[in-house]
Structures are given as C-alpha cells and as structure tokens.
Design a protein around this ligand. Structure first.
Ligand code: CA
Ligand code: CA
Length: 212
C-alpha cells in the first residue's frame, strides 16, 4: 500500500509540475494569491491518503477486536460498568478502569511535583518552600502576598510527606506511588482479560473506556 501511495504522490507532484511548466508565459503575472491557490489544489490532491489511512484504520480495529477477546465488554455503558457485579467480566473491567484512572492521577502528581521543582524553585536550592514564596512565585512581575499564597497552595496540593516543602523525597514518593498504581492497573486488566494483554490491547481498551 505504501508504495502505491508513494507513486500516487509522485504522479500528483509530477502532474503539478507539468501544469506549472505548461502555463502560458502571460500567466507569469498571475497574482501570488492565485499561485497559492494552485498550491492548495495540490494539497487537496493528497486527500487520497486520508481514504487509505481510514481503510487501514478499519482493518486494525477488526484485528484489535479479536485480540481484545473478552475485553470487548469494555464497550459496556457507564451504568453497566457502575452496576456490574465485581466478579463479572464487566465488573472486572470497571475495576481496571478505576485502577487505570488512579494510575493516571498518580503519574500526573509525579509530573506536577517534578514540574514545580523545575520551575518554582526560584532560588535554586532544590526545595520549593516558603523562601520561594518571598519571590515572584506566580510570575506576574511583582512580589506580593499573592506569591506566598500561591507557594503554599502548590506545596499543599503536592506535598507527599507532610513536611511542608517539595523536594526529591516527594518526587521519589510520587514515583513509587505511580509505579504501584500502574502495577495495580496492569493486574486488574490481566484479571479481566482472557487473552494476552499487549500494548495495543491496553490502548484499545482505554479508548473504549474513554480514558485514553
Ligand atoms: Ca527553593
Ligand atoms: Ca514534602
């Protein structure tokens, strides 16, 4: 398929070249906007690629459906997921969804802590603490009480060990929590599956559950 697409592109480019070279000399004075339109025309010509990728998409969906096996039950409605018996297939998929969301939240927290240390440790001492709140913490160009408030809010939201500051301990704690949460999600998905769980299967199930 790729070689066909490529040859179509080459043909398209060749045809465009021919058209350009065939333009009468008088058209040399055509406004550049018209030439730009011509360029857009070439772009539309490439639209055929979308058709092919769509066809490939259908083929891969069909393949995924068979790879999903029992996990196709992830098509279930939100209410079915919410009301399913824990040991039913749908119930196990619901448990996976909850675990996967928890893993995403844990990963987001770890990223937020790392981001805070990268961007809000204003005095570069490796810690986000009240000292940074005495500087322009919120980046608005002035130092006011708002900066201390913003610092306290950020640390309050992300501090993993209650010591009132953000440092590498918090990164480590958050990373460990995210790893554990991801392990839990993986285990939950394996428990719900009746076929090998590949990365593609995970992606497909997450898509069906609307959590990708
Ligand atoms: Ca600091
Ligand atoms: Ca801390």
């Amino acid at each position: 398929m790729r070689s066909i697409q490529r040859s179509r592109l080459l043909l398209s480019a060749g045809a465009a070249g021919l058209l350009l070279t065939a333009l009468p000399v008088g058209l040399a004075s055509v406004p550049t906007t018209a030439l730009a339109d011509s360029g857009n025309g070439n772009g539309h010509g490439n639209g055929g690629l979308h058709g092919n990728s769509s066809a490939n998409g259908h083929a891969s969906v069909a393949s995924e459906n068979s790879n999903l096996g029992a996990l196709n039950a992830a098509h279930a409605s939100d209410s079915a997921l919410a009301n399913a018996s824990p040991n039913s297939r749908v119930g196990r998929i619901a448990a996976y969804r909850d675990a996967a969301l928890a893993a995403q939240t844990a990963a987001d927290t770890e990223a937020a802590i790392s981001d805070a240390l990268a961007n809000h440790d204003l005095n570069n001492d490796g810690v986000v603490d009240a000292t940074d709140g005495t500087l322009d913490f919120n980046g608005d160009g002035t130092v006011t009480a708002d900066d201390a408030t913003a610092e306290q809010a950020e640390v309050g939201a992300l501090d993993t060990n209650g010591d009132g500051v953000l440092n590498q301990d918090d990164v480590s704690n958050a990373q460990a929590a995210a790893d554990t949460a991801q392990d839990d999600a993986n285990a939950a998905l394996n428990k719900a599956a009746n076929k090998p769980v590949t990365d593609d299967v995970v992606d497909a199930v997450n898509h069906l559950l609307g959590i990708d």
